[in-house]
Write a protein that binds this ligand. Structure first.
Ligand SMILES: *[C@@H]1O[C@H](CO)[C@@H](O)[C@H](O)[C@H]1NC(C)=O
Ligand SMILES: *[C@@H]1O[C@H](CO)[C@@H](O)[C@H](O)[C@H]1NC(C)=O
Ligand SMILES: *[C@@H]1O[C@H](CO)[C@@H](O)[C@H](O)[C@H]1NC(C)=O
Ligand SMILES: *[C@@H]1O[C@H](CO)[C@@H](O)[C@H](O)[C@H]1NC(C)=O
Ligand SMILES: *[C@@H]1O[C@H](CO)[C@@H](O)[C@H](O)[C@H]1NC(C)=O
Length: 197
């Protein structure tokens, strides 16, 4: 009896953990680029860029906007760095990610189009192009990466308010995602302990 209760609890925990914790797992291309960019930074004795959720949100929204445009010799790393994407709905995309122009103006938005997101081409599109000027820059401290189809977008953030990508007040959606992340970690911990019994 005790045993079946125990296994019921285990399976409940397991399924809710799998269900809730799924979004925590993220894309390979993005994670790969994230660690490669930080290796590049390390090789230049620069600080590690930490993940910024709002920057990541914006990068994802932008990649989604670009995805239907084919790669040409004027897209991607060939676009002039430092220029914000000229999209008419850019303010809406910012708002979707709890951002506005006054807290993103010092950041850098770098889209690149690479067929199939080939990892080595993706990396050199950032490290061996004019974009490297931003990657070399000590003023950046945070990063968000998003991709869709052949497009990958890197957004860099600073530690000053004008490029922090940090809204003053955490929104409801942020709170919920923080709470579910915490819940997730606790469940995983519990599960780990139970399996060790
Ligand atoms: C990074 O720091 C190490 C140790 O201080 C030094 O040997 C190396 O030349 C530095 N590299 C760069 C690119 O500045
Ligand atoms: C892009 O490619 C077109 C056609 O292949 C060529 O005419 C043009 O000069 C190229 N532009 C750049 C900036 O390389
Ligand atoms: C960037 O990616 C394109 C493919 O879209 C590739 O042709 C080009 O060589 C890459 N540029 C660099 C600097 O790696
Ligand atoms: C960034 O730093 C690398 C390594 O020092 C260098 O090769 C590259 O030219 C720099 N990029 C720019 C745009 O200055
Ligand atoms: C942008 O967001 C910041 C922080 O949330 C806020 O203080 C500021 O008033 C906003 N600016 C505009 C122009 O909406």
């Amino acid at each position: 009896m005790a045993f079946s209760k125990f296994s019921l609890i285990i399976s409940l925990l397991l399924s809710s953990t799998l269900f809730l914790c799924h979004p925590v797992l993220s894309d390979n291309e993005e994670d790969n680029l994230y660690s490669e960019i930080n290796k590049y930074r390390k090789s230049l004795n620069l600080t590690t860029l930490t993940k910024n959720d709002n920057a990541e949100c914006l990068a994802g929204e932008l990649a989604d906007q670009f995805k239907n445009q084919p790669c040409t010799n004027t897209t991607g790393a060939n676009t002039v760095p430092g220029t914000e994407p000229q999209l008419p709905n850019y303010p809406n995309l910012l708002a979707k990610c709890h951002l506005n122009v006054s807290i993103t103006r010092d950041g850098a938005v770098m889209p690149a189009c690479v067929p199939g997101l080939d990892p080595s081409l993706v990396l050199t599109n950032f490290t061996k192009s004019l974009y490297s000027e931003n990657l070399n820059d000590t003023k950046f401290s945070g990063i968000g990466i998003g991709s869709d189809d052949n497009w990958i977008v890197v957004v860099l953030t600073t530690s000053n308010p004008e490029g922090s990508y940090s809204p003053a007040v955490a929104s409801g959606a942020d709170m919920i995602s923080k709470i579910s992340l915490t819940y997730c970690s606790i469940l995983l911990l519990l599960l780990g302990n139970m399996l060790m019994l």
